[in-house]
Design a protein around this ligand. Structure first.
Ligand SMILES: *Cc1c(COP(=O)(O)O)cnc(C)c1O
Length: 400
């Protein structure tokens, strides 16, 4: 049998709109009517198939997008949220009670780190931060009350790769769930196929790819997704980080071009990586055989989508990083901006921006250089020309 193909899986999903529309109609309603009062009561108790009650609970437009995500991830179900943080926090809170314990990668998105480190202690939920690439350290951190191992497939911003099959085995020893943020590598890696129990996304990034909204997603078993939306105890239902159906509709259209975009992001990033090597820059790109996570990524990836669009280069100091980024923006390489997965190239200094929630000594511990410039490589048609611009900046600044 052919390996799982997330792009074909989405393509095979035919979603007929109310009038046979090929782009399903947007359901622009907060509430829904019932012909019979009893059906409403049954819907409240989750006992009716295909009935909608209220849009914080479920909305048809959100359901179309969630179904496409479940197809892409090979999960039974999915849920969509108003932001990546809405997805991550709901997914975590659904699984932990006061007194529980979480083991997390020390390198995660800054907001996730802040939530785990500063927010969860309010509920007496303890988090042990580990080097997720050191499996012995992960094993040692596990406790009988560990409910989640949390990591990112490709971690932000150091671009380490998590060994999902091994982490899944470790989680299973205490009945914990392996929760994986796959924001950097949609389609490239399908975490569920490697033992992850729950996959979370910031759809703000590659999945939507247009930088016109924030959105998130949670993919998992039907039971788990139903538990999130339970009217009495569901975190997503009760905290209410719902996605607007207008946005669901636009993201659904963008998801159908995700495979083409991922291939182009990857091809462009690979081109730049090879050039960076030629001119002797210090950088991380998982597509390079000498990169620490390369072999592991090769084992897990759906190969046709490449190694992704993320490259980090080390400019040693924050001052040098700033000079380079400002000049690259003036030369039209792309934007000096946080975020990623956009059609234009974006670059930012991780230590001073998206990882600034991580205290400086922790940044050192995780090997994050203050001069790290993280690139999200765009969909440029002529990437050679883009490289020439970057090279020009590096030469002008006497950095190469
Ligand atoms: C951006 C990002 C998030 C947060 O998502 P929002 O949509 O901004 O809430 C979480 N994880 C990763 C890896 C991210 O890049």
């Amino acid at each position: 049998m052919k390996k799982f193909d997330p792009a074909s899986s989405i393509q095979d999903l035919l979603q007929f709109g109310e009038f046979g529309d090929v782009n399903p109609s947007i359901t622009d309603s907060a509430t829904y009517s019932f012909m019979e009062a009893k059906t409403m009561v049954d819907t409240f108790h989750g006992e009716t198939e295909g009935c909608f009650l209220y849009s914080r609970h479920w909305n048809p437009s959100n359901k179309y997008l969630a179904d496409a995500l479940a197809a892409m991830e090979g999960t039974e179900a999915a849920w969509v949220t108003g932001s990546g943080m809405g997805a991550i926090t709901s997914a975590i809170l659904q699984l932990v009670n006061t007194g529980d314990h979480i083991v997390s990668s020390i390198t995660t998105y800054g907001g996730t780190f802040a939530f785990l480190k500063n927010y969860l202690p309010k509920f007496n939920i303890e988090v042990s931060f580990v080097d997720i690439t050191n499996l012995d350290e992960v094993k040692k951190a596990m406790r009988p009350n560990t409910k989640i191992i949390y990591t990112e497939t490709m971690t932000n911003p150091m671009l380490n790769i998590s060994d999902l099959p091994e982490l899944s085995k470790i989680a299973d020893t205490v009945g914990a769930k392996l929760m994986v943020d796959n924001t950097f590598t949609p389609m490239i890696i399908t975490p569920i196929k490697h033992g992850a129990h729950i996959v979370v996304y910031s759809m703000t990034k590659f999945i939507n790819g247009k930088n016109d909204c924030v959105a998130g997603a949670i993919c998992g078993t039907m039971d788990y997704i139903n538990s999130l939306s339970d009217v009495n105890s569901g975190t997503a239902m009760l905290l209410g980080p719902v996605l607007d159906p207008m946005r669901s509709s636009s993201i659904l259209k963008n998801i159908h071009t995700l495979h083409i975009r991922m291939k182009q992001h990857s091809a462009n990033a690979m081109y730049l990586a090879l050039k960076f090597k030629e001119i002797g820059l210090k950088f991380v790109y998982t597509g390079m055989p000498e990169c620490k996570g390369h072999d592991l990524m090769k084992k897990m990836m759906n190969p046709e989508f490449g190694f992704g669009g993320m490259i980090a280069i080390d400019m040693q100091t924050a001052v040098r990083a700033s000079l380079l980024m400002e000049m690259m923006q003036k030369q039209g390489v792309g934007y000096l901006a946080v975020s990623l997965g956009y059609f234009k190239t974006l670059f930012s200094n991780s230590g001073k921006s998206t990882s600034s929630e991580v205290p400086e000594e922790t940044q050192k511990e995780m090997g994050l250089s203050e001069g790290l410039v993280r690139f999200s490589v765009g969909l440029d048609n002529d990437i050679e020309r883009t490289f020439d611009k970057i090279h020009y900046c590096l030469k002008e600044l006497k950095f190469v």
